[in-house]
Design a protein around this ligand. Structure first.
Ligand SMILES: NC(=O)c1ccc[n+]([C@@H]2O[C@H](COP(=O)([O-])OP(=O)(O)OC[C@H]3O[C@@H](n4cnc5c(N)ncnc54)[C@H](OP(=O)(O)O)[C@@H]3O)[C@@H](O)[C@H]2O)c1
Length: 431
């Protein structure tokens, strides 16, 4: 039995998890893989850094050439993070006929095609299960067990940091800023949380999911996205009174040659399984023509859950290393007749701040009606008993096009009693 040799790029959160799993479960893994899997070399940035793992010093290197130029290394496992030099290292490894496993969503979302082409040309594997939703095996499920389906819809909560923030705001009635600070103090959020809270991280994952489920290559920067920074504790409370929870949702729907996709905070019915996904947990809801509705749930990040997905990919390569299946990533451009709609049909939640004067509800409702928009529910909140104070008025609108809504709002905002449109959020019935 030939051993399979691994060059690990990175020994941070995920790299340490991979090392731990490969060491602790070595016997079981070699039985499952049909080969002994051996870590030959580990690339780190700082050789002198104190590490929580007891690792033989001779395994560590700060020179990537020790891995990429070693003909004995069969699999390069990239866990560095960032786009450069991670992309260049992976491309070189594939061109040197080494299999590549990565957890890097930024590289796969932006350069998956180039890497998939290199994998195919060199007849080696490129695997990236851990790049979406950490320990949840969604990529392998969509591309193998479920690959006989046409998928219509994929929706999910795939960022643990923002889900933690929204859960804490919901459960304890806290402000966004206070929860973010607490999450940073506890290490749940990065010192610079921009990529998470502005939805960029989710857009990368959605681009990979769209590729896997629908076979379409959509650059992540083309995916409309909105983060959670403008969500107030009032929005969360009003949504709850209408029977919804607010979640940062990655959503893609394909209907023939029309693709609608986006990343946005959305109101989800409290009875839907996605609404009960709390804190750092992730979940994905998938609708296929044969399998119908499926839900995946689990830890979307962390050393061991993410390491589990990486090790699964390594074992899969070991089993098939004589006849590698190159890569699930679809390098093709989307068909030219694909209509890409970022703001299709949907229900909406609108939070207005208005002067507390008679006739407000009638005038706003009439304006919506004039634009062909029907109202599902409306709620007026009186914050104060003093006449003349501004008060919130919340509408849930039946399905409409965003353009229709914008035209109605342009008219409504000319009324003197409208002080502010505080939030416009999608409502996703997800039925
Ligand atoms: N953390 C998670 O829960 C999670 C979940 C899913 C996916 N991912 C993805 O997994 C990847 C790794 O994330 P992570 O959280 O493990 O990152 P991390 O903790 O920051 O670790 C990065 C590791 O790479 C090394 N490194 C970085 N740049 C390097 C360079 N240019 N040359 C040599 N070594 C370099 C660092 O060396 P030093 O140790 O010497 O600093 C460190 O060991 C990322 O793509 C991330 O998006 C992470």
């Amino acid at each position: 039995m030939k051993n399979l040799k691994i060059g690990l790029l990175g020994l941070g959160t995920v790299g340490s998890g991979v090392y731990r799993i490969l060491t602790a479960n070595a016997d079981k893994i070699s039985v499952n893989a049909g080969k002994k899997i051996e870590i030959s070399r580990i690339l780190v940035g700082d050789l002198n850094k104190k590490r929580s793992l007891d690792i033989p010093a001779e395994l560590l290197t700060d020179n990537v050439r020790d891995i990429l130029d070693d003909p004995g290394i069969d699999i390069v496992v990239e866990l560095l993070g960032g786009i450069h030099p991670a992309f260049e290292y992976m491309l070189e490894a594939l061109n040197k006929k080494k299999h590549v496993v990565t957890a890097n969503k930024a590289v796969i979302a932006n350069y998956g095609s180039e890497l998939a082409e290199a994998a195919a040309a060199n007849m080696v594997a490129l695997k990236y299960e851990a790049s979406v939703a950490g320990g949840i095996p969604i990529i392998n499920a969509l591309s193998s067990a479920l690959s006989g389906n046409e998928f219509f819809e994929i929706a999910g909560i795939v960022n643990g940091t923002t889900n933690y923030i929204l859960t804490q705001m919901t459960e304890f009635g806290l402000n966004y800023e206070d929860v973010l600070k607490e999450a940073q103090d506890k290490g749940f959020a990065e010192a610079d949380p921009t990529s998470d809270v502005e939805g960029e991280d989710v857009a990368y994952k959605l681009a990979i999911l769209i590729n896997t489920a629908f076979g379409l290559r959509i650059p992540p920067m083309n995916i409309p996205r909105e983060g959670i920074t403008k969500i107030s504790k009032d929005d969360i409370e009003y949504a709850s009174q209408f029977g919804y929870k607010i979640k940062l949702l990655a959503m893609a729907k394909r209907n023939g040659n029309e693709l609608e996709c986006g990343v946005q905070p959305a109101l989800i019915p409290v009875a839907h399984p996605l609404a009960s996904v709390s804190n750092e947990f992730n979940a994905l809801f998938v609708k296929g023509d044969a399998v119908d509705d499926l839900m995946f749930y689990g830890k979307g990040a962390g050393s061991l859950p993410t390491g589990s997905a990486v090790v699964g990919d390594i074992i899969d390569i070991a089993r098939k290393s004589d006849f590698p299946e190159c890569c699930a990533f679809q390098p093709a451009e989307p068909p030219s007749d694909l209509r890409f709609t970022g703001d299709g049909l949907g229900m909406y939640y609108i939070n207005f701040l208005v002067a507390d004067v008679p006739g407000v509800l009638g005038k706003v409702s009439t304006a919506f009606g004039d634009h062909g928009i029907s109202i599902e529910s409306v709620m007026q909140r009186s914050k104060s008993k003093r006449a003349g104070d501004d008060v919130p008025v919340i509408y849930i609108l039946h399905e409409l096009h965003r353009k229709q809504l914008d035209q109605a709002l342009a008219e409504i905002c000319t009324y003197d009693f409208i002080k502010e449109v505080r939030s416009i959020l999608r409502v996703e019935p997800l039925t």
